[in-house]
Ligand binder design. Structure first.
Ligand SMILES: Cc1cc2nc3c(=O)[nH]c(=O)nc-3n(C[C@H](O)[C@H](O)[C@H](O)COP(=O)(O)O)c2cc1C
Length: 312
């Protein structure tokens, strides 16, 4: 068994967190990751509601028990923290507050009995979230699917491990036992996986989002803000999102001169060539639609076998 701070602290069977993925990680996915011995985090998109959180947490509990987490976007709480209250009512083991300074919210999460996790993209981010009092950090490299930074996972993980006073988890591009073994050997307490789960039948979202990830190569992603503009998502400028390239990105990415109304008119979530599929470079490692529990179990078992090579 892979025994780390993460498995001991949370009583997990494997050192794997299921990434909070807005629009894709609902209660069924979260529950399956937890049932397989990891800990799944619900991804509350900006358009999610307190009712959605309550409903999906009930599903997660039914499938995988009480060991789950909830992910919120920190910047979206500054004006209205209703979603934090809704999340805490569900008694998650972990609340992920990523993309922004979590300082205004950490005490409240601790008072509710949950741990605070923040994803960081730079060493400066680490200093900010440590000062805020978070319990663990996820070094999220720019290979990751969804919103992310610019530094690759390997240099970022090394930099964060050298400097961090709190336990470090790695994310971004980890989709096999080799990836998990690498970050555990480097000193991380576990991995957070997102893209590896995107073709699993338990994800929510359109069918094409699963099949496009299966078909995609690692070279088929693009880092862009064009979908945020088209969908009127006011993300702070420094975070773009990694998505699968399609006709929409080929036409509009990088054209800052285009009015938002035109992008909105051109966008169509029902069409795979026009709708967004946020996914990371690890898409090239996802070849089939495999149930999430099997994905988690296989990554952990393969990592354990690889790491055994170095014993004694
Ligand atoms: C479809 C998708 C949606 C995401 N949405 C969120 C989100 O709402 N909040 C968040 O903190 N991270 C989000 N992320 C980032 C993940 O939490 C995680 O950092 C990433 O998936 C890890 O890299 P990987 O995709 O290479 O495994 C999202 C990622 C994906 C692929």
């Amino acid at each position: 068994m892979l025994d780390t701070w993460l498995t001991r602290e949370l009583g997990l069977g494997v050192p794997i967190l299921g990434a909070p993925m807005g629009g894709r990680a609902g209660g069924a996915l979260v529950g399956e990751v937890s049932r397989a011995g990891g800990l799944g985090l619900l991804g509350a998109a900006r358009y999610a509601t307190p009712e959605w959180i309550a409903r999906e947490c009930a599903v997660a509990r039914d499938v995988g028990g009480d060991g789950f987490g909830i992910g919120l976007m920190t910047w979206a709480l500054y004006d209205d923290d209703t979603m934090l209250g809704a999340a805490l009512e569900q008694r998650p083991r972990i609340v992920s507050l990523s993309f922004g300074d979590p300082a205004p919210f950490v005490e409240r999460v601790h008072a509710a009995g949950s741990l605070v996790l923040s994803q960081v993209n730079t060493i400066e981010d680490l200093r900010v979230v440590e000062a805020a009092g978070v319990d663990l950090v996820v070094a999220q490299g720019g290979e990751a699917g969804g919103h992310t930074g610019h530094v690759g996972t390997l240099p970022l993980v090394q930099e964060i491990l050298e400097a961090s006073r709190v336990p470090v988890i790695a994310a971004g591009g980890i989709a096999t036992g080799r990836g998990l073994a690498a970050v555990l050997a480097a000193g991380c307490e576990g991995a957070m996986i997102g893209t590896a789960l995107l073709a699993s039948p338990e994800t929510v979202g359109p069918d094409y989002a699963r099949s496009r990830v299966v078909e995609a190569a690692s070279t088929d992603t693009v880092y862009t803000s064009v979908f945020d503009r088209a969908r009127n998502q006011p993300w702070p400028h420094r975070w773009g999102g990694r998505a699968l390239a399609n006709a929409f990105t080929r036409e509009w990415d990088g054209r800052d001169d285009v009015a938002r109304a035109d992008l909105e008119a051109a966008y169509d979530a029902a069409d795979p060539e026009l709708g967004v599929v946020y996914a990371g470079q690890a898409s090239g490692l996802v070849h089939d639609s495999v149930p999430a529990g099997r994905v988690v179990t296989a990554i952990a078992a393969d990592a354990e076998a690889l790491l055994r090579r170095y014993r004694d």
